[in-house]
Design a protein around this ligand. Structure first.
Ligand SMILES: Cc1cc2nc3c(=O)[nH]c(=O)nc-3n(C[C@H](O)[C@H](O)[C@H](O)COP(=O)(O)OP(=O)(O)OC[C@H]3O[C@@H](n4cnc5c(N)ncnc54)[C@H](O)[C@@H]3O)c2cc1C
Length: 507
């Protein structure tokens, strides 16, 4: 369909004011915050593909009408809400349509009996948290992008917050949801505390990155808000492995501090700027215990005992208070002009692995980056989301961009080291930012023999493959391809059970 006709038809469905065609608005809506794209933009170039237009539906029925039309005409569509993606996940297919849910911004019901809140997908998380706080509640979800992200995107990416050790990730918080499928069908998964009626259908959408449907409404849990009853404390640790061992002991014994963070020396100096508060060459461990005062106090007392046992040095509350104050500042400096003036690309990459492997991932990555990446300026990392079974490492890095043409390849070399070392040790290559479009080629190795299931789900829920092409799946459908027509996709069809393991070993 011609672009002009597409825009005309969408105007007829939604009204002209909900179809944006202005060059700047269209570019802005498909722009995310992955490091090399920020570099391109500050260098005056923007290689990101452009959509034909952006539509801003006001309610579920309008989303449904738009999706039905796009599906019937096989037109590509990318859902977005807050636009804080860092994985190229909202970059459109050229000539496609961005469905922007940010106008669907409404708190529908705060249910104090059942401890839930129901919101439309475009509700900003920070606004929701502020409204809940005024009533004595919290959503318990504190990603660093709190000032930027909206509920739809937070659910679609399987996001996680800084207080996750107590509250969990978004998958632990979503009670029910409403979504629109590619053909316009509206479905709802009702709110219940738990059920045993087949697979959990919420999970078709939690983490689906906009490729299985458009999330229109979400019900999440709420918690009592008691920041004044908190316990907090920081410790200096002689190395990362000692810090990881102490966290493992605390977690596996069943304690649930809300915040558990272990930053390496590089981050203490360059990221947190706490070099005066932490002894040289030491890592920094920070804890916050939340909940009713008695629980927070007991958790704190237990952590003090582990600290004595592991011989770590108490640093008081100050480093934690400093982190609490500055923790979301990054959101206000996203274009990072200071770094780019120096020709630096700055970004992060978060992975997870079991306790037995995570220390190995961390040390191998830091060693390889410093040995192999000749243009590397800095590499560091922290663990910030811990479980009984393991933890994440959020690698932070900066490199000197050679020029704008090479910046993506140079970026992928850095990220490639992190992902390879993680896969070698059986970890996951995306702890909470999602696959987006830049990690898609790694997904077969991430998912192994279960990867074809994702293609089957895609074929069932979005048979014309209009939704967010390129995230999680390469662009071809298993059903439609054979080894002859598309060796890459066809090879999965009759893959022997050890196919994926063999691939990993070979590479
Ligand atoms: C400074 C900074 C800090 C960050 N910190 C964290 C962090 O601590 N924890 C964390 O988890 N993430 C973090 N992120 C990443 C990002 O904020 C999250 O991925 C967030 O969940 C994205 O929400 P959004 O509303 O901005 O989604 P968008 O960027 O608009 O979209 C993200 C993805 O979700 C899909 N999507 C959006 N809305 C819908 C919808 N209604 N229906 C279906 N699919 C949809 C899109 O297609 C895309 O695939 C950070 C990002 C930045 C820039």
């Amino acid at each position: 369909m011609e672009k002009s006709q597409l825009i005309e038809e969408l105007r007829l469905i939604l009204g002209a004011e909900k179809v944006l065609t202005d060059e700047e608005a269209v570019l802005e809506a498909g722009k995310d915050y992955i490091g090399f794209r920020i570099y391109e933009r500050t260098d005056g170039k923007n290689f990101a593909p452009r959509a034909a237009c952006v539509v801003k539906p006001a309610n579920t029925e309008e989303v449904s009408k738009v999706m039905k039309f796009l599906n019937e005409n096989k037109i590509d569509a990318v859902p977005r809400t807050g636009g804080s993606s860092v994985t190229q996940s909202i970059e459109p297919v050229p000539g496609g349509v961005i469905i922007d849910g940010s106008a669907m911004n409404e708190i529908l019901k705060i249910d104090e009996i059942n401890m839930t809140v129901t919101v439309r997908c475009g509700t900003p998380l920070e606004y929701l948290e502020n409204v809940l706080n005024e009533k004595g509640y919290s959503a318990g979800h504190f990603p660093q992008s709190l000032p930027m992200a909206h509920i739809g995107g937070l659910v679609a990416t399987r996001s996680i917050g800084q207080f996750s050790t107590l509250y969990g990730g978004i998958e632990d918080l979503v009670v029910g949801l409403e979504a629109v499928l590619a053909d316009g069908e509206i479905i709802r998964v009702k709110n219940v505390p738990r059920r045993s009626c087949g697979p959990d259908l919420r999970h078709l959408f939690i983490g689906s990155e906009g490729m299985l449907g458009f999330i229109t409404e979400v019900t999440v849990k709420i918690f009592k808000y008691r920041p004044e009853e908190r316990w907090l404390q920081a410790y200096a640790v002689k190395d990362m492995q000692t810090g990881l061992d102490m966290i493992r002991a605390i977690m596996s014994d069943g304690y649930k501090p809300a915040v558990v963070r272990l930053h390496d020396t590089a981050e203490v100096q360059l990221l947190l700027k706490l070099e005066d508060a932490v002894p040289p060459e030491h890592a920094l461990l920070m804890f916050i215990a939340d909940g009713p005062a008695s629980v927070a106090k007991a958790t704190g007392a237990a952590i003090e005992e582990y600290a004595a046992q592991f011989g770590v040095t108490g640093l008081g509350e100050k480093p934690v208070l400093s982190w609490l104050k500055t923790r979301n500042d990054e959101c206000y400096h996203m274009e990072r002009r200071g770094y780019h003036a120096m020709g630096l690309v700055v970004d992060t990459c978060e992975i997870s692995a079991e306790w037995s492997e995570i220390g190995g991932v961390y040390s191998a990555v830091i060693k390889r980056l410093s040995e192999e990446i000749e243009y590397l300026a800095y590499a560091g990392g922290h663990a910030s989301h811990s479980y009984m079974q393991g933890t994440n490492i959020y690698f932070t890095f900066a490199f000197l961009a050679r020029n704008v043409e090479l910046v993506k390849d140079d970026y992928m070399r850095v990220v490639g080291v992190i992902l390879e070392e993680t896969l070698k040790r059986g970890g996951s290559i995306a702890h909470h930012h999602g696959s987006g479009k830049y990690r898609t080629s790694w997904m077969p190795r991430e998912h192994g023999t279960s990867y074809p299931l994702l293609y089957k789900l895609k074929d069932a829920l979005d048979p014309n493959h209009i939704l967010n092409k390129g995230v999680l799946l390469s662009e071809v459908s298993l059903r439609e391809t054979s080894a002859e027509t598309c060796p890459k996709a066809g090879r999965f069809q009759n893959a022997p059970p050890d196919f994926f393991r063999v691939q990993v070993d070979k590479e």
